[in-house]
Ligand binder design. Sequence first.
Ligand code: PLP
Length: 365
Amino acid sequence: MRPTYLEVNLSQLEQNLAAIRSQVHPAKVMVILKANAYGHGVEGVAPFFAPKADYLGVALVEEALHLRRLGISTPILVLGGILPEQLPDFFDNGLTLTVASPMILDLAQVMAVSRGKRLKVHLKIDTGMERLGVREYEAEPFIIRSAACSQLEVEGIFTHFANAEAKDQSHPRLQLDRFQRVLSVYEKRSIPRPKLVHAANSAAVLALPESRFDMVRPGILFYGVYPARDIEKPIQVLPAIKWKSRVVHSKVTQPDRPVSYGSLWKPGRETRILTIPCGYADGYFRRMSTQAQVLIGGKRYPQVGRICMDQLMVNAGSEDIPAGEEVLLLGDDLTVEELSDWTGTNEYEVLTSIGTRVPRSYVRE
Ligand SMILES: Cc1ncc(COP(=O)(O)O)c(C=O)c1O
C-alpha cells in the first residue's frame, strides 16, 4: 500500500452512531454517506454501517448506485436534485426519490404507472434554504397532488436547515415553524401523514431537539466532527481518522537554499528538511503552505515551502529524523479544525477533499 494513507477507525464511528442514537431516541437515524462518506471511503464505511442504519443518505444517484453495487440493500434516499432521465435508476435499483418539484412528482407517477411498479418518494419542502424543494407557501397543493399519485408511496417529507449551527437560532426556528405549518396540512386535509418526517442535520440534532421528528440526518457528527466550534455539545463524538504518511527523504539543507517551488521559504540556518509523499493532489491543500504542521513521534514540526502536487516538506530543525519515520498529517492532536483554519475553509471541505488517491485502511479498536 502507498505509505500515505487514511486510517479509519470503524469502532469510533460506531461509538459516534451509538451516542447520536441514544440522544435522539426514538427517532430513526439516516447515516449520510455522500461524498465518499465525508472522505472516509464509502467502500469501507458503507458495508459496515448499512446494517446498523435505519436509512442511508447520499447526494447523487451515482452514489446510490455505487452503494447498490457494493451489495447494500438498506433503503437509500437520494437527497439531491435529479434530471428526468435519471428517474429509471430509481425504479431499477429500489432507490428512494426526493421529489423537489411538481414536475418530478408527475414524471415519477407517469413512469411508475407505465412500469407497473410503485416508487418510494420523500417530498422536499424548502422552508428557507432557497435550494431544493417546494416552498412552504406552495406546499398544500403539492401535498394534495402527491396524495393522488396512486403509484407513489409518499414515505417521507423533509426540509433542510440553512444555519442550524448559528448562535442566533431565529432563522432555524422560522424554518421549523414553516415546516410545522406544512405538516398541519395533512390533518387539515385528512391525508395520512408520511411515516418519516425529517429535518435535522448535525447542527439541528445538537441545537434544535424539536426538529428531530421521526428521523435525523447527521452527517459530520457521525464522523466525529462538530458542525461549529461554539455549538452546544450534548453528544460526545470523536473523529475517526488518522492521515498518515512516512518520510521518504531526509537531508540537511544550507541556509542559503530556499525550499520548494517559488522559493518562498529559506531556512536561515542549517536545518533538516524532510520530504513527505503527499500533496495537494491528495487534498492536502496548497493554501496551507508554510502554515501547516505535522506530528512526528507526537511532536509538532512546521511544514515549509510550497506544498507540491505530490510532496510536502517539513522542517525538522536539528533533529535527526531519518527516512522511513511515520508522519501524522491529521489525527490525534492535529485536528480537522486546525487544517480548516490553515486552509481558510471549513471542516466539511477538509474531510471531503482527501483524495481518492489516498488509500483507506479500516481498523477496529
Ligand atoms: C439534505 C441534507 N441532509 C443532511 C445533511 C448532513 O449535514 P451535516 O453534515 O451538517 O449533518 C446534508 C449535508 O449537507 C444535506 O444536504
